[in-house]
Design a binder for this molecule. Structure first.
Ligand SMILES: Nc1ncnc2c1ncn2[C@@H]1O[C@H](COP(=O)(O)OP(=O)(O)O)[C@@H](O)[C@H]1O
Ligand SMILES: [Mg+2]
Length: 254
């Protein structure tokens, strides 16, 4: 499989704390990869670096063989890197449909233009198609006109993933997509992620691994900012270094 993303000695320091420490992380085109690790191990910071939310203190990020280390977030989205957040991040006062349209327009070349141009471009067929397709994919077609404020947390999460799908990403970064959901909602999101396999390149951060164990082909483990182990999920979970980093905190498979 061709390499889509690669970091080299990627490092982020916050004052005295090294949140991401010399991480070499690779993602191949088409794979579904998981990143696990105890709380505070640097998983979200890694995503923040990949999506351009923070500049790294040192190190490099390459996407599709070109350096993106210094690109701002919107340029990375334009290249095809889309992410979701640990806490759902959608506009509550807008409808489901408006959220999708806004996201697609926001990342079109030239961005959103004010005034009537916005509404004109919002009505363009390709934009509408993309949004309709994405909402159908996450099962929200019937709720398109509803204000997001009235949705369940599970539906908000599905919308957030739907919005990233509407951007037609080449790399989808999901930060704890199952966090805060009921068992029923977890089953829906797991089913959705399963349906993305092979069509999108996906990296899933998960604090606890059991729910995504069958979803990912490869697992990377972070501890105290470092990538300490990588490989097939079964092998990684049996690795003594992985067991040791969870020791006294929680078992990785719970
Ligand atoms: N913006 C920030 N400013 C200062 N410290 C931060 C910031 N973001 C994260 N950290 C710290 O970096 C470490 C890693 O955090 P994080 O990446 O959120 O871990 P995880 O997602 O694995 O739980 C933590 O100690 C956290 O407090
Ligand atoms: Mg996190």
């Amino acid at each position: 499989m061709a390499e889509l993303l690669a970091t080299a000695a990627l490092t982020k320091r916050f004052n005295g704390l090294t949140a991401v420490n010399e991480v070499d992380f690779r993602v191949s085109e088409g794979e579904t990869a998981g990143v696990i690790g105890p709380n505070g191990s640097g998983k979200t910071t890694l995503f923040n670096l990949l999506s351009g939310f923070f500049p790294p203190s040192s190190g490099e990020i390459r996407f599709d063989a070109a350096s993106i280390t210094r690109l701002p977030p919107h340029r990375r989205v334009a290249l095809g890197i889309a992410r979701t957040f640990q806490l759902v991040s959608v506009f509550s006062t807008l409808s489901v449909w408006e959220n999708a349209v806004l996201a697609v327009l926001r990342f079109q070349p030239g961005g959103i233009r004010p005034g009537p141009f916005f509404f004109r471009s919002a009505r363009r067929a390709p934009v509408l198609e993309r949004c309709a397709e994405a909402l159908a994919r996450v099962g929200l077609t019937g709720k398109a006109a509803l204000p997001v404020a009235g949705l369940s947390y599970g539906d908000k999460r599905m919308l957030e993933i739907g919005i990233t799908l509407a951007l037609r990403p080449r790399l989808l970064l999901l930060d704890e997509p199952l966090a805060g959901l009921s068992d029923h909602e977890i089953a829906r999101v797991v089913e959705l992620i399963r349906s993305l396999r092979g069509q999108f390149t996906v990296v899933i951060i998960e604090h606890k691994i059991s729910k995504i164990l069958e979803l990912v082909e490869r697992l990377s483990v972070m501890n105290e900012g470092r990538l300490i182990c990588e490989g097939a999920p079964g092998e990684v979970l049996a690795d003594p270094r992985v067991r040791a980093c969870y020791w006294g905190k929680e078992a990785p498979a719970c």
